[in-house]
Ligand binder design. Structure first.
Ligand code: F6R
Length: 344
């Protein structure tokens, strides 16, 4: 897809895109549905994953994010499908719509156009039109806000308002902190926690040439996944993610012999439940004694504001890392090549 906006520009305008999306979707009516499937892949799919995590945390309805062909086998036509595809031409998402039509599910789309918008016109399904000209992953605010406006998640209106305030106040221009920024806080010698979050440039400097293991608890595991994807797509570098507490029951054993270039990134909320804070501390003491641990603290009060503050931090870090790696953050040529090969 030809994107006219660079990843750098969009990342710096993350808060502005969020505000524009809020203005554009303020008249959207929340669904009455009790169970919604949100289908989408990659940079579009993350919107559904965040919505699922938010519904799991706050309640209000059941949201199932789906990133595969078709729909889950348990779908029986009683669910509503929201298909999210920035381009509107993603094969897996389109096949989910085809399955919804077979099942007789109500469905709608969030897209810039493509085949998805054409199907919407053909079947009379509502289509929320998104501004073209962005990379799908950079358009997350444009896709996520109208999606959340449709979902009756408990407290969603107030969360959207607070998230807009937190993101509007975020100032993290790429490169601005590179020369003067302090290094990311090193792991405390006793395995303790420093509490301060370093600048994006300083975090990126600690991740360059390393294998980042990015972790979060609850919804921050989804944010950790976003960091991983953004590091791959923008910085062209591999990263790993996992969720606390699940990692304590399997992956932690592998830390007996970590790769020599491993770095842990811990995504954390302020005032975590005591059992979560205790788990971070115990995991660090048991498994990460000899590994650098970069702590990143969310800002804001509501889950959405907090999670998006760390999405934005991760996006910024990934662009800083791209610069350190000497690669262009915007193009994702291998994805385009793959899609062409599959079309042959
Ligand atoms: C590109 C990107 C990809 C796409 C994915 C699905 O910036 O992030 O992960 O999002 O290939 O395409 P769309 O979003 O058009 O459905």
């Amino acid at each position: 897809m030809a994107a006219t906006n660079s990843i750098e520009t969009d990342m710096q305008r993350f808060g502005a895109l969020f505000a524009a999306a809020t203005d554009a979707s303020e008249d959207a009516q929340p669904l009455a549905a009790g169970s919604v499937i949100v289908a989408g892949m990659g940079g579009s799919g993350i919107a559904g994953r965040l919505a699922q995590a938010l519904a799991e945390r706050c309640g209000g309805l059941r949201v199932s994010a789906w990133s595969d062909y078709g729909l889950p086998a348990w779908a029986d036509g009683s669910e509503r499908l929201i298909a999210v595809s920035y381009s509107g031409n993603t094969a897996e998402t389109l096949s989910g719509v085809e399955r919804a039509i077979e099942l007789g599910c109500g469905w709608e789309a969030i897209t810039t156009g493509g085949r998805l918008a054409a199907l919407g016109r053909e079947y009379g399904a509502p289509v929320t039109a998104i501004e073209p000209g962005h990379q799908p992953r950079a358009a997350l605010p444009l896709l996520l806000v109208p999606l959340l406006q449709r979902l009756p998640i408990a407290g969603i209106a107030a969360q959207l308002t607070e998230a807009g305030e937190v993101l509007g106040a975020a100032v993290s221009p790429v490169g601005a902190a590179t020369a003067a920024s302090p290094p990311a806080p090193a792991a405390a010698p006793d395995g303790g926690e420093s509490g301060a979050t370093a600048s994006p440039a300083a975090i990126a400097a600690q991740l360059a040439g390393k294998l980042p293991f990015i972790y979060g608890a609850g919804g921050l595991a989804t944010v950790a996944y976003r960091w991983r994807c953004q590091i791959a797509e923008n910085a062209k570098q591999l990263a790993v993610h996992h969720a606390l507490p699940e990692l304590d029951h399997n992956e932690i054993v592998g830390w007996a012999s970590p790769p020599p270039n491993a770095v842990v990134v811990a995504l954390r909320e302020p005032d975590e439940p005591a059992r979560v804070a205790a788990r971070w501390k115990a995991t660090r003491a048991a498994a990460w004694r000899d590994v650098p641990v970069i702590e990143c603290r969310a800002r804001g009060e509501s889950p959405l504001a907090r999670w998006l503050s760390l999405v934005h931090l991760g996006d910024t870090v990934s662009v800083e890392l791209a610069h350190l790696n000497g690669v262009e953050p915007t193009p994702v040529r291998v994805i385009e090549e793959l899609k062409r090969r599959l079309d042959d």
